[in-house]
Design a protein around this ligand. Structure first.
Ligand code: ADP
Length: 693
């Protein structure tokens, strides 16, 4: 304790008092009547931050902030004169000032000590800072809580253990439709539908008895009742707290009407979505099934098309074989018919012979047409290209058909456009076949007037030249609606005309296919009763530009050939007679053997200029016999051998030539072809590959 230079005896009456002053928690300060500090205890030192010797003797005002500091003197003065106790004895709140200038709230009680004339004052000071802070904290937190309660979106209700509502916030007012003062102080049951209200008391009392928390703490769904009587779903969380020693329950409520509706909507749209997904799955399955069916159908269609192709090529094959088989005996019939006609029989036998000849020729034409068409349809025809002269070909047409036209009093003219190439590279025989079909039809269907054949260039592309042929007649014409159909097999413009004019209805179909093979088109312009113009185009190479020269014209047959010694190997008796008769009629010597073995033996013996070798023979066939002949030691090994075959297909020629044959003729033997082969053999005895077909 600090030394007191002023009358310390005033306050140091006893040691006990001194000890008290030293240890007391409250600040004790003593001043004299002038306001000077006499005593300043340790608690004061802590409170104000001054050491006692810094303040003792100073005016107590230093411990006060303005404006109290200025007022203090006048307090003291007025007290001295009036005795009016403004502060004495009253525990009141004032503000203190620390050494560092900061201020703090303090409770001050002042007592007066009188010793004779002199008086002193004792102040007991208690620091209120902590309490103030606490109070402020409490106020703040209460304000916070109120704000929360007032502004919470959720409803807040606090009830006591009996269920009486203590707090009921604005959110609840909105939710239930009751004002706070209608509810506070009343039982919470008023906010519940009847059936739940009766249970509620049970809950509460049960809970109070057993501590069994039926709803406490659990966010659960309950039903509320609005002032209007309407019920609605609530999500409720309940907490328990003790306020003022009493158990209370805080309920947080949320109106989940819209949430429920949203959930319901969500559930509905989810199930709708699931329905939709199921529908889509069904549709997808359907689609997959359809796709599978489509694939199966496509497979079936492919199989059907393959079967049809097979059937069609089998049919063509069949037709080709049957026609060949018929052609063999027909060949003999025609040969004998010719012999009979040539034999200058008496009438009427000579006439019969001519009729047989004509009928068999007609039949042969049909057979050839069928074979041609079926070969084309079976894809078994390939073009055989060579150089030929266009003017020569037109001249050949005139020569060939001129007589027929003339005998019907018809003219036959050919016209070649000036820029037409002299020679072209193409399949001359196929071209001739088309022209013959058209010209023979033109003559056949024309009674007056005549036929004109024109050729010219349709277009050029480098050395390629597209030739255009036109065959015009002044005949019966073709109705418009038949212009397409006549190009189909076995179709004729008018069935009555076919009876009158004959024909198979195959010529134009064959021509159309051949034209298409040659890269061209075919068509007709026609007016019934006026005439028709059949036209077609074919693509050839201009021989001049291609640097090739015409080797021969296909219609040059040549003069008669000198007599040759011919060995014929043929197993078919009728054919033996036929070939022998024809060859002998042409002035040749003929020896016939029935099989390949005999042929080899005959050649080995010698004495022949040429062998006509049938292919299909028993024992040793034509190909094997040829190979043996080529292996002979003598001069016979080099003898020309001409194959005779009924199965003349493209590729056969190569087969026979490579087997060692010189040439081949397809059966039935065409007289012109035979003559040509003989002529070539005579001209170039050793030359191979001079075949024409
Ligand atoms: P075909 O003459 O053997 O009957 P085509 O295929 O050559 O067979 O001809 C088919 C049909 O086209 C003939 O039957 C005939 O009705 C008609 N036709 C062809 N050419 C002429 C033509 N120049 N004038 C009139 N009709 C024709």
């Amino acid at each position: 304790m600090s030394q007191n230079p002023f009358d310390a005896s005033l306050v140091t009456g006893s040691d006990a008092l001194t000890g008290l002053m030293e240890t007391i928690v409250d600040g004790v300060i003593t001043i004299d009547g002038e306001g000077r500090i006499i005593h300043f205890n340790p608690a004061c030192e802590r409170l104000f931050g001054y050491a006692a010797d810094e303040v003792v003797g100073q005016n107590v005002k230093m411990l006060m902030p303005e404006p109290y500091r200025a007022e203090h003197d006048s307090y003291l003065e007025s007290y001295r004169y009036t005795g009016k106790r403004k502060i004495i004895g009253i525990g009141r709140e004032v503000t203190g000032r620390r050494k560092d200038g900061t201020t703090f709230p303090m409770e001050l009680s002042v007592g007066e000590i009188n010793r004779g004339e002199r008086s002193a004052f004792v102040g007991v000071i208690r620091d209120l800072s902590a309490r103030k802070r606490l109070e402020q904290g409490l106020r703040d937190s209460e304000a916070q809580h109120r704000a929360i309660v007032e502004t919470a979106v959720d409803g807040l209700i606090i009830i006591d253990a009996r269920g009486t509502v203590r707090i009921y916030n604005p959110a609840c007012e909105k939710m239930f439709g009751y004002e706070a003062d209608e509810v506070v102080g009343h039982n919470i049951k008023m906010l519940m539908p009847l059936q739940f209200a009766s249970q509620h008391d049970g809950y509460l009392s049960n809970y109070l008895r057993t501590g069994n928390r039926k709803i406490i703490g659990v966010g659960r769904e309950v039903v509320g009742r609005r002032k209007s009587g309407e019920t609605f779903p609530i999500e409720l969380s309940v907490g328990e707290t003790v306020i003022g020693g009493e158990r209370t329950y805080v309920g947080v409520l949320r109106d989940i009407t819209t949430k429920k509706a949203d959930q319901e909507n969500l559930r509905r749209s989810r199930s709708e979505l699931q329905d939709r997904v199921r529908e889509l799955e069904i549709a997808r399955d359907e689609l997959q099934r359809n796709e599978q069916e489509m694939a199966q159908l496509a497979q079936l269609a492919t199989a059907a098309r393959e079967a049809a192709d097979l059937a069609s090529s089998a049919k063509s094959e069949f037709l080709a074989i049957v026609s060949h088989e018929i052609r063999t005996p027909m060949n003999a019939i025609m040969g004998f018919a010719k012999l009979l006609v040539d034999a200058r029989l008496d009438e009427p036998h000579a006439d019969h012979a001519r009729m047989i000849q004509r009928a068999s020729e007609a039949l042969m034409t049909i057979l050839n047409d069928i074979i041609d068409l079926s070969k084309i349809e079976a894809g078994r025809i390939e073009l055989d290209e060579g150089v030929f002269s266009l003017p020569a070909k037109l001249k050949a047409i005139e020569q060939l058909w001129g007589p027929a036209a003339g005998s019907n009093d018809l003219y036959l003219r050919t016209v070649t456009a000036p820029d037409t190439p002299k020679a072209v590279v193409g399949d001359a025989l196929r071209l001739r076949q088309i022209l013959f079909n058209l010209v023979s039809n033109a003559i056949k269907f024309t009674r007056e007037g005549g036929v004109e054949v024109r050729v010219g260039v349709d277009s050029r592309d480098g050395q390629k030249v597209k030739l255009r042929y036109e065959v015009s007649d002044t005949g019966i014409g073709i109705p418009e609606d038949k212009h397409q159909a006549i190009f189909e097999p076995f179709t004729q413009a008018d069935s009555s005309t076919s009876r009158r004019y004959g024909g198979s209805g195959l010529g134009l179909s064959i021509s159309k296919r051949l034209v298409e093979m040659m890269g061209g088109e075919i068509g007709v312009r026609s007016t019934p009763g006026v005439g028709s113009t059949f036209w077609f185009t074919v693509i050839c190479d201009d021989a001049e530009q291609a640097g090739e020269e015409a080797e021969y014209s296909f219609d040059s047959v040549g003069e008669p050939v000198a007599s040759m010694r011919v060995l014929v190997a043929e197993d078919h008796e009728l054919n033996q007679v036929m070939i022998r008769t024809v060859l002998e009629a042409l002035g040749h010597q003929v020896h016939v053997v029935p099989d390949g073995g005999s042929a080899v033996a005959a050649v080995e013996r010698g004495g022949f200029d040429v062998v006509f070798m049938d292919i299909a023979m028993p024992e040793l066939d034509g190909v094997a016999a040829t190979e043996r002949i080529r292996e002979l030691d003598g001069p016979g090994a080099a003898i020309p051998i001409v194959a005779l075959t009924a199965h003349a297909m493209k590729g056969d020629r190569e087969k026979y030539i490579s087997a060692g044959m010189t040439d081949y003729l397809s059966k039935p033997i065409d007289l012109g072809d035979l003559l040509r082969v003989l002529h070539k053999l005579h001209a170039n005895p050793g030359q191979t590959d001079v075949s024409i077909n």
